[in-house]
Design a binder for this molecule. Structure first.
Ligand SMILES: C[S@@+](CC[C@H](N)C(=O)[O-])C[C@H]1O[C@@H](n2cnc3c(N)ncnc32)[C@H](O)[C@@H]1O
Length: 308
């Protein structure tokens, strides 16, 4: 068991914390977490990089090594160059530059390597909260985001899509279905994490866009031109449904968006994990017990992410 630290970016804090916990628990159900301001400390058997690569709202992460007072006893890994980064999460004004310089001088002797502010092989983090002064370290985290060849005005923000995939707690090799896949935002994020995908959309043009976006990233995923009712035919192949339901009345559907959500939720098998996003005000009975998060976008759009 090791301790890792994650500093949240500050966007959607409750959602961000729950996403991080979901990712860590998907790999290690016994993972424990503690929150101190925007700092989340996770004790688990999973290396920090595996969690950080997936988490959407994390600004910095690494191994938690101890606190300022025992910095001289901390064993840092061997490295060619290093940099100190002080992050103030406390309610007080703190001269982080002075702390970085001071600690940098101590560590230069201890580590026996030179400082490189631009491209350090090791970054030592000094994280200050109202409760403690933590020390952590990290080497570079390399990861490539999916790109979108074809965009569309109704597409979901990739950050919400990624976060929703993580809230489903699916690991590599499991299968996700997005039955309202549109341009494939959720499929692209899931594929980038090694999750298998099936997309469904009743609009053949949207299916084509999804396929092109997936192919452009070198991903293979089945995209089926059908309505969400197709779920009942493939339910045995799916581990979770993650989706972004229509917000307005679709031209090809005579049903109101609320009726679509209501019917869709009733089609999803009760025991199947469901993470969906919809426009606030479209709550339906089938989601009464779901955990919900509100995401304000602009004055006429607040989204709700629900997990059932
Ligand atoms: C809000 S958009 C999804 C956007 C998508 N998340 C993206 O990022 O591009 C909803 C999608 O549901 C599709 N749709 C609407 N009614 C449907 C139905 N009954 N069955 C399947 N797809 C449907 C629409 O064609 C549209 O692409």
């Amino acid at each position: 068991m090791s301790q890792s630290f994650f500093i949240l970016s500050g966007e959607h804090q409750d959602l961000a914390k729950d996403e991080l916990v979901s990712v860590s628990k998907s790999y290690d159900i016994k993972a424990l977490y503690r929150v101190d301001s925007r700092l989340v400390i996770i004790t688990s058997s999973t290396p920090w990089k595996k969690i950080a690569k997936r988490a959407t709202f994390v600004r910095a992460a690494g191994n938690l090594a101890g606190t300022f007072k025992d910095i001289s006893k901390i064993e840092f890994p061997k490295s060619y160059t290093f940099a100190c980064r002080a992050i103030n999460l406390s309610s007080k004004k703190i001269n982080t530059l002075a702390i970085e310089k001071e600690t940098g001088a101590i560590l230069k002797q201890k580590l026996g390597c030179r400082v490189s502010l631009l491209d350090p092989t090791l970054t030592v983090y000094l994280v200050i909260t109202d409760n403690n002064r933590y020390v952590g370290y990290a080497d570079a985290l390399e990861y490539k985001r999916s790109t979108k060849e074809i965009k569309y005005p109704t597409e979901l923000d990739w950050k919400l899509g990624r976060c929703m995939v993580n809230l489903s707690r699916l690991k590599e090799g499991r299968t996700l279905c997005d039955p309202f896949c549109g341009t494939g935002t959720i499929l692209l994020e899931a594929k980038s994490m090694g999750i298998r995908c099936i997309g469904i959309d009743f609009d053949s043009k949207m299916c084509e866009i999804s396929r092109k976006n997936l192919t452009a990233n070198g991903y293979k995923a089945g995209v089926i031109n059908s309505t969400y009712h197709h779920i009942s035919k493939i339910k045995d192949k799916i581990d979770a449904i993650v989706t972004d339901v229509p917000y307005g009345t679709a031209s090809r559907s005579s049903m109101s968006p609320k009726k679509v959500i209501q019917d869709f939720v009733s089609v999803v098998p009760k025991k199947m994990k469901l993470v969906l996003v919809y426009k606030k005000g479209m709550d339906v009975d089938g989601l009464a017990k779901a955990k919900k998060y509100e995401i304000y976008r602009h004055k006429s759009l607040t989204r709700v992410i629900a997990i059932r």
